[in-house]
Design a binder for this molecule. Structure first.
Ligand code: GDP
Length: 298
């Protein structure tokens, strides 16, 4: 899709290869490999992925001579091999229903929009969906989610502003279970400034869920904003500790040159990447296609 290509092309443009002295060689020198590695790190791929790609290029014999195209092809193949194992859609498989999907992430990451996009995706797959407004701290968050629910014509369980998120979640699971809903998507607070409180809140939600259904939450999806670059990776670590994370969705890949952070995340955490956000509209959530993304980044 054009949006994906457009976003990642900016990333690719950043991966500027200094080709002086490379063209025509069958192998790259250490200095040239250093430069390539630096360029990859500058493109947000992170040190581990950059090293892995460097090693792959170092052992590669460019039989008809190295040039930009040939190097980028080998880089793309290695990126694809990093991304392929983590490209996993979010499937509805829970039995009994509902599948409870907890969505976590810092405020502004695109959490609310992603919840709406996911709901829309599940509806298109003919699943019934319900939302739970578990971010009771921000009145605006409840309001925004309600607007999406209305647009999607799905039910939403809310509580009072400042109320107990765990009790909203409790009500939502009970109702979704009674009604045989396939997917219950739960919004949560994202106040990273107050980690202790957020952690207590997420822990309590998990506890309440687990009491209703030992399998729940079936998914804990962390929403990451790609424009945060390497900071997004720190957020994975923080949320891993606070709530456990079973998968990632990266947003705002439509306008950023920092798409390489997706590769860094895949290499570092090996967590499933369910989808990517490439815009503000409902159908701007795309399946994560490892080969396509690798081709466009490199
Ligand atoms: P929340 O605070 O994490 O719930 O974030 P929101 O869902 O309210 O999103 C914050 C802003 O980012 C909004 O203006 C969204 O429209 C925008 N946004 C979310 N996802 C994307 C995306 O994939 N691409 C772009 N360009 N904007 C996005």
């Amino acid at each position: 899709s054009d949006r994906i290509l457009g976003g990642f092309r900016k990333t690719s443009a950043r991966l500027s290869l200094n080709l002086a002295g490379i063209v025509g060689k069958t192998r790259l020198t250490d200095a040239q490999l250093d430069e390539l590695e630096d360029a990859l790190i500058m493109s947000d791929l992170g040190p581990a992925a950059a090293l892995r790609i460097r090693e792959r290029i170092a052992e590669h014999q460019f039989d008809s001579g190295a040039d930009e195209q040939a190097i980028r092809l080998v880089v793309a193949e290695e990126i694809a091999s990093i991304l392929r194992p983590v490209a996993k859609p979010l499937d509805i498989v829970a039995f009994p229903r509902p599948q409870v999907i907890l969505v976590i992430g810092v405020n502004g990451s695109g959490k609310t929009t992603t919840i709406a996009k996911l709901a829309h995706l599940f509806q298109e797959q003919d699943y019934s969906v319900m939302l739970a407004a578990g971010d009771t701290f921000r009145a605006a968050a409840i309001g925004q989610l309600k607007i999406w629910a209305q647009r999607l014509n799905i039910d939403i369980v809310t509580g009072p502003e400042g109320g107990d998120p765990a009790s909203v979640v409790f009500d939502a699971v009970k109702e979704a279970t009674q009604r045989g809903i396939d997917a219950l998507i739960v919004d949560t607070a994202g106040r990273l400034q107050n980690r202790r409180e957020l952690m207590d809140e997420l822990t309590k939600i998990r506890k309440v869920l687990g009491r209703l259904n030992p399998e729940a939450p079936h998914d804990v999806v962390l929403v990451l904003d790609a424009t945060n670059g390497q900071n997004a990776l720190q957020q994975v670590e923080v949320f891993q500790q606070m709530a456990g994370v079973t998968g990632l969705i990266m947003t705002k890949l439509d306008g950023t040159a920092r798409g390489g952070v997706l590769v860094a995340a895949a290499q570092k955490f090996a967590l499933p990447i369910h989808a990517i956000g490439v815009g503000e509209q409902l159908d701007d959530l795309r399946p994560f296609d490892a080969d396509l993304v690798a081709r466009v980044i490199a």
